[in-house]
Design a protein around this ligand. Structure first.
Ligand SMILES: *Cc1c(COP(=O)(O)O)cnc(C)c1O
Length: 464
């Protein structure tokens, strides 16, 4: 096999894929029966597949293509850098211009005294860095017993041993003996799903206070950090009640523990600010970044840390790093991506026009018989499917059964909208236009209508 071109019949590409390619987060038996969709190109907010269909990408790839597809400037930045210096490491008293320039630009954009960047090639690696960095920091401060990191159930922080342990995905923990020791999970601020009789504000405070209870239970001198996404993404776009983050801030300050904001999804314009922390008034000590940093054009991530942390660990060697930390091509592409996001006013446009527009249009879906909650934050959207909205009821069928049916109907109308259990979520490219938002919402409604029909005909419209 010398060459696999786009022009091979789809069925042959599917056969080879099934024969040789193991996909992330996939059950391969059912996948090879259904056949994968082969994506061959993309432009702006639209994907193209091997059958020539145009698909509206409501997910920006995997929450990452903030700038949209097909930007030649990013390709040219990569080409220029590969010719100039395709690789050099930053380990042994060396550096290079792309890493310097990108770290400097990130420090300018990041709030407060978050002025120092440790590079990785993904969000998972960056969170592994954070785990080791927090423990190393406290050891340097003479408090090595501060080992425990508190995180949240249903959080997503990556798929490596450390980052999956920080994450709160029960199904991931069940495979491979996770979490690793020293990580404690509290409940998430999902009012629609778990709020019971409380108001959202009461519930937000109650869920934040679980952090305080956990600190007291574990011992305030044993807790090193709390990690959370400003808006939980892969967990289903869980938008916290407004009372949640102020109470979390009070607690981390009172107990003097570090706060890690995992900005892998919320960062780089997704919420209408450069970082989710800014849109919630959070002041973290560390921020995890990846995805939108390069709009997915190159694999790159990192940890942005405060002056105080950087100064504390400056004295001795931190035995940690990746061959591709600060990879010059990835840095050059990320830098060009940040330039375009800024100079074209894309983040501002999200805040001032497209996010409010999406909020208004997305909310109209709440009148659909299947939809319990339809909420947005910036250009993140979530919809809870339910058999009984008055009771915020869950389906009697296994969680995710109805969500998957809905996702397949989205596929059928050439819309990428993801399901997380029985929630439907979107996170479109930040360059999405108002006309495309109209199209997205129209297709989502068509998919919901088809879902309702399927669910009723299969007798699934029953509450648990
Ligand atoms: C995707 C994601 C990660 C992991 O990033 P990878 O690049 O896939 O390793 C970490 N945190 C959050 C919030 C994410 O959404």
């Amino acid at each position: 096999m010398n060459e696999i071109s786009n022009h091979m019949p789809t069925s042959e590409l599917q056969r080879l894929d099934a024969a040789h390619h193991l996909h992330p987060f996939t059950a391969h038996g059912p996948l090879s029966e259904k056949g994968v969709r082969v994506i061959t190109g993309a432009e702006g907010t639209w994907l193209r597949d091997s059958e020539g269909r145009r698909i509206l990408d409501g997910m920006a790839g995997l929450w990452c293509v903030n700038i949209g597809y097909g930007r030649a400037e990013l390709a040219e930045a990569a080409y220029r850098q590969m010719k100039e210096l395709p690789y050099y490491n930053t380990f042994f008293q060396t550096t290079h211009v792309p890493a310097i320039a990108l770290a400097t630009r990130i420090a300018e954009l990041a709030p407060g005294d978050l002025n120092h960047v440790f590079f990785a090639s993904s969000g998972s690696e960056a969170n592994d860095t954070n785990l080791r960095l927090v423990r190393h920091y406290w050891a340097r401060k003479g408090q090595p017993e501060r080992q425990v990191i508190i995180a949240r159930k249903n959080a997503y922080h990556g798929s490596s041993m450390g980052s999956a342990s920080l994450g709160g995905m029960a199904a991931m923990h069940a495979q491979g003996g996770l979490p690793i020791p020293g990580i404690h999970h509290i409940d998430q601020p999902d009012w629609w799903g778990e709020g019971g009789e409380m108001t959202p504000e009461e519930f937000g405070r109650a869920r934040a206070r679980q952090l305080e209870e956990a600190i007291r239970e574990i011992g305030p001198d044993k807790v090193g950090a709390f990690i959370a996404e400003p808006v939980q993404g892969a967990g289903g776009v869980i938008i916290p009640p407004e009372s949640y983050w102020p109470e979390i801030m009070r607690i981390v300050q009172e107990y003097g523990i570090l706060l890690i904001a995992d900005e892998v999804i919320c960062g780089f314009g997704r919420t209408g600010e450069w970082f989710g922390a800014q849109s919630y008034g959070i002041t973290p000590d560390i921020m995890t970044i990846a995805k939108g940093l390069s709009s997915g054009y190159q694999p790159i991530g990192g940890s942005i840390v405060s002056d105080e942390i950087a100064a504390t660990i400056a004295g001795d060697e931190f035995f940690h790093g990746y061959t591709y930390s600060g990879h010059p091509v990835a840095c050059a592409v990320a830098l060009e991506n940040l330039r375009l996001l800024d100079e074209e006013g894309i983040v501002t446009r999200v805040r001032e026009s497209t996010a409010p527009y999406l909020a208004e249009k997305w909310a109209t879906l709440a009148d659909h018989p299947l939809v319990g909650e339809a909420a947005t934050r910036g250009l993140l959207g979530t919809m809870a499917l339910t058999p009984d909205k008055a009771r915020r009821a869950k389906f009697a069928a296994d969680p995710g059964t109805v969500g998957l049916i809905c996702r397949e109907h989205c596929f059928a109308v050439d819309l990428v909208m993801r399901h997380v259990g029985d929630r439907m979520v979107i996170s479109p490219p930040l360059v999405i236009t108002e006309a495309e938002i109209d199209e997205l919402v129209t297709r989502a409604r068509r998919a919901l209508d088809a879902t309702l029909e399927s669910v009723e005909s299969q007798g699934l419209m029953r509450a648990a």
